[in-house]
Ligand binder design. Structure first.
Ligand code: SAM
Length: 254
């Protein structure tokens, strides 16, 4: 099989599956080509593949699916088995207290998942809640929710790596997202963080592994080093399953 034909055949299989059909073709293609390119032994077998029933085809397909799940691109929290992917249902009180300090009205929630469904809107005078997620199913759920509750919210399906961050916000949430945006290193994560215009940015990470075990070192040293290098003050709040970095910089958004 030609590489292109192979990729398109894999793509068709992914599109037929409910869990993957809500992702853009380009994202699915990327995952397939990543598996092909990162594994030379797989590449060598490509010309021997005659049909989609071949063992090799199935192997690539399952690796592409695993990659999408690992990036949490195929993400349905209520179905998630791992506490690191399950929704938290509420933002912890100490984090909400930090948010309250700046009396915010404009929120942006990146890689929102189902977070918009659990946000305590009544605690704040919300003028705008922009929720961004790459998964169209999640975006639809959030928009349906905003509409049914009359919340000034908007959910947008987009890849935050290619998002235009011109709008200014009071608070930006980067909950359980930054681990997922880079294949190696933290360049894209830093690019997203520095592009955001907000008075307060809250970054969080799961502190449990996919199998549910507590991580030996739950804090993310790379974030702490990045924030110190960029000369930002931050506060750490740890809960049972998550670590939050609250970075406030009044002035940056102006
Ligand atoms: C682990 S979940 C966290 C969800 C939510 N922020 C929370 O804390 O419960 C990661 C979310 O980020 C989304 N996501 C992953 N990569 C993304 C990207 N490049 N652009 C936009 N959303 C992304 C996934 O679809 C998923 O909903």
């Amino acid at each position: 099989m030609e590489r292109k034909e192979f990729v398109e055949a894999c793509l068709r299989f992914l599109k037929e599956s409910r869990n993957y059909s809500s992702l853009d073709d380009e994202i699915l293609r990327k995952s397939i080509t990543f598996v092909l390119s990162s594994e030379m032994p797989l590449m060598k077998k490509l010309d021997k593949v005659k049909s989609t029933r071949s063992k090799f085809f199935k192997e690539v397909l399952s690796k592409a699916k695993a990659r999408l799940r690992k990036q949490a691109l195929v993400y349905f929290p209520s179905e998630a088995k791992s506490p690191s992917l399950k929704e938290r249902k509420e933002i912890p009180e100490p984090v909400l207290n930090e948010i309250s300090r700046i009396n915010p009205r404009r929120f942006v929630d990146l890689g929102c998942g189902l977070n918009p469904l659990f946000f305590p809107y009544s605690r704040f005078s919300v003028e705008r809640y922009l929720a961004i997620d790459i998964n169209k199913q999640i975006v639809k759920k959030a928009n349906d929710f905003f509409q049914s509750k009359g919340i000034q919210g908007e959910a947008v399906a987009a890849d935050i790596k290619a998002f235009n961050f011109d709008e200014v916000f009071d608070v930006a949430f980067l909950f359980k997202l930054l681990d997922l945006v880079d294949d190696s290193g933290h360049k894209k994560a830093e690019m997203i963080f520095t592009a955001l215009k907000a008075k307060m940015i809250i970054i969080s990470f799961p502190t449990k592994t996919l199998s549910g075990k507590s991580m030996t070192f739950s804090r993310r040293t790379w974030v702490e080093k990045m924030l110190s290098r960029l000369k930002h003050q931050f506060k750490i709040i740890e809960t049972e399953n998550e670590v939050f970095y609250v970075v406030s910089f009044l002035g940056r958004a102006n």
